[in-house]
Design a protein around this ligand. Structure first.
Ligand code: GAP
Length: 472
């Protein structure tokens, strides 16, 4: 598996992802998507949107990020959306207490102290209150990885929601939160969507949007950030049918990643050991990142927790009326909750490869290539004149301008042709078109395939068809 630093460096060098506010030294836990990154991100979101909403039983919404503060009382976020936090008095370093313990367990396992690691892991899986985490840290004398000391503060719960104020007066009555999940924008719209569509249960509501969490420790590039994007869908079902739909969505979502090219050996399910306060069953889809397995999407059977609480807190009925069977109930919900930005990173890592190839001088050289699914690739086709004379650049530019109307295309006339191929391989461009002396004679071009590196000769008039067939 590729190293994380290699991915970060490629992402920066080629304009996929930059540190946010870099000129001011950056802002921790926030990233900007550059010219290539934004194209790939849009492709990823489009593919998800089409697969989820281009069907009869799912509607889309785009709810506001700021919501009525009662939303977060009803959802349980004000009371429960917190992480246990601990500070080291010497180094002043701050940690998520559970992460500190987990990392200690990993170090124990590396030292082959599996019995002790198992014992601590068992206690960690039972921990709920801040004092539970504190007791583990003190009992097992877990040191601060920064200073090596063990002088810890108490463990406190730290709410992860970003607070701000709505309107000009900054008082308690004007507090609002940046949403920590997009899901609640769907729940509060359950009635409005039901009333304005002809949906019958089972049906779903999908949304893509930003979410914000004031994470104690951000880490691993795009994996744990403070601002990120989610692609979520809540599927409303009759109580009692939730596990059947849970299995259905588990399978659908897993195969979505496989269809888009993630290698089977880099993807797995992981059942939750501890269920969230709203769930009666939950599983993560995990990807094998450079540092190990990490969640990219959760499938949660959320019961009627959210709708029931919104009904109670808002005083508005959140029921479904089944006029055929003369029934009335609060639906249960199966949720698919994916991270756009985490998946983006998974696709980058999974597709990255370094291969030995024979260069133009006949010697073996390295090519870095992103074997991205062509629907995800930021650029679909690049156009090159073989040399910058004999009318080739003009013809290449004309072909490029024509293609640009239908495809994300790039024109490149600088440097040796091999180097131009390498530049496109590195950003995952599936096809490169070269205009050479034969083009001037018979109007045919070569189209090179990124993965096989084989070339087809195609007449100019047939380029669009050729690409359409292969990019469809
Ligand atoms: N509505 C349920 C929910 O939000 P979650 O497991 O907390 O569930 C869902 O989050 C997905 O959102 C995760 O699988 C992950 O892909 C993404 N995500 C969560 N926190 C994140 C963070 N701090 N940075 C980047 N992505 C995050």
């Amino acid at each position: 598996m590729v190293k994380l630093d290699t991915i970060i460096s490629l992402a920066k060098r080629r304009g996929f992802v930059f540190q946010s506010s870099e000129i001011y030294g950056g802002l921790n836990g926030c990233w900007d998507f550059g010219p290539l990154g934004v194209e790939m991100l849009r492709n990823l979101k489009d593919l998800w949107w089409k697969s989820m909403t281009y069907r009869d039983d799912i509607e889309g919404v785009d709810a506001s990020i700021l919501m009525h503060p009662r939303t977060w009382e009803a959802s349980g976020h004000i009371a429960q959306f917190s992480d246990p936090m601990i500070d080291n008095k010497t180094s002043k370093a701050r940690f998520r207490a559970d992460n500190l313990i987990e990392e200690f367990i990993v170090r124990l396992r590396n030292k082959k102290k599996d019995n002790l690691a198992d014992e601590i892991e068992a206690k960690l899986s039972q921990a709920k209150e801040p004092s539970d985490y504190y007791n583990i840290i003190i009992q097992y004398e877990i040191p601060d990885p920064v200073s090596g000391t063990k002088d810890w503060t108490e463990v406190r719960n730290f709410n992860l929601m970003f607070k701000t104020f709505i309107g000009p007066v900054e008082d308690n009555g004007s507090v609002v939160y940046l949403r920590p999940e997009s899901a609640q924008g769907i729940f509060v719209n359950f009635n409005t969507v039901l009333q304005t569509t002809r949906q019958k249960i089972p049906f779903g509501i999908a949304q893509i949007g930003k979410a914000f969490r004031n994470e104690i420790n951000t880490k691993n590039f795009l994996f744990r950030t403070r601002e990120f994007e989610q692609m979520e869908m809540q599927y409303f079902v009759k109580p009692g049918n939730e596990f059947e739909w849970y299995e259905y969505w588990k399978e659908q979502r897993f195969s979505w990643y496989l269809q888009l090219g993630i290698k089977q050996e880099n993807l797995k399910f992981k059942d939750h050991d501890k269920l969230a306060h709203y769930a009666n069953k939950a599983v993560d889809i995990e990807f094998k990142f450079p540092w190990g397995w990490g969640e990219i999407e959760g499938i949660h059977s959320r019961t009627d927790f959210d709708l029931r609480n919104h009904q109670e807190f808002s005083g508005k009925k959140m029921e479904y009326v089944d006029s055929v069977n003369n029934e009335r109930y609060i639906p249960y919900v199966v949720e698919t909750s994916g991270g756009v930005t985490r998946s983006f990173m998974a696709f980058l890592c999974d597709s990255y490869d370094e291969e030995d190839v024979i260069g133009e001088n006949g010697k073996t050289e390295k090519r870095t290539v992103l074997h991205l699914n062509s629907k995800l690739a930021p650029i679909s086709v690049a156009v090159f004149p073989l040399v910058n004379r004999d009318g080739m650049p003009e013809l290449a530019e004309k072909i490029y301008k024509d293609l640009h109307k239908n495809f994300r295309a790039q024109f490149d006339s600088s440097g040796a042709i091999g180097r131009r191929y390498r530049r496109q391989d590195e950003i995952g461009t599936p096809f490169c078109i070269t205009i050479d002396s034969q083009t001037l004679e018979d109007g045919s071009v070569t189209i090179r395939n990124r993965d096989s590196m084989l070339q087809d000769r195609v007449s100019e008039s047939n380029i669009k068809n050729y690409l359409d067939e292969r990019l469809a």
